[in-house]
Design a protein around this ligand. Structure first.
Ligand code: FES
Length: 147
């Protein structure tokens, strides 16, 4: 069946939905713009602690592990240092930023594929906006994350 015939057989509404899936704005998929209601503010005023011996800090015991807290991605990088960045992407402000072990440990947003190094510098052309980075300070088993 030819493409035109296939679309005609679906009817006008279904064919339109297939050909123009993002006409009202895509949300968290593909390369479309994120709907304003799905955008979140970049976190500010961050200053919290994590007890690394508690369940909350369990994922930070291994290099490459991370947790999410107050829209911050707190990670133990591949060298065993604690790093933290905004969970809210600097591209279109979805909350999809995570720490991944690829390329020596980077931040990655699954919405459109933006990648950032551990200083927040963009690593591809998805965005030129740096990812917000937070300070970390370890005292005993208490990790402080702050601006
Ligand atoms: S919102 Fe587009 S890559 Fe993160």
């Amino acid at each position: 069946m030819e493409r035109k015939q296939f679309l005609r057989s679906l009817g006008a509404g279904a064919a339109f939905a297939i050909v123009f899936p993002c006409v009202h704005g895509c949300s968290k998929d593909g390369n479309g713009d994120v709907a304003p209601e799905d955008m979140r503010p970049i976190p500010t005023g961050i200053d919290f602690t994590i007890d690394l011996d508690a369940q909350e800090g369990e994922a930070l015991q291994n290099n490459g592990g991370f947790i999410l807290k107050e829209f911050v991605v707190v990670a133990k990088n591949l060298e065993g240092q604690y790093v933290a960045a905004s969970q809210i992407c600097s591209h279109q402000q979805t909350e999809e930023v995570r720490f991944i072990s690829n390329d020596g440990g980077i931040y990655y947003c699954s919405t459109h594929g933006a990648r950032f190094d551990q200083t927040g510098k963009p690593l591809n052309s998805i965005t030129s906006n740096p990812l917000k980075i937070f300070n970390t300070e370890l005292t005993g088993n208490i990790l402080r994350v702050f601006e």
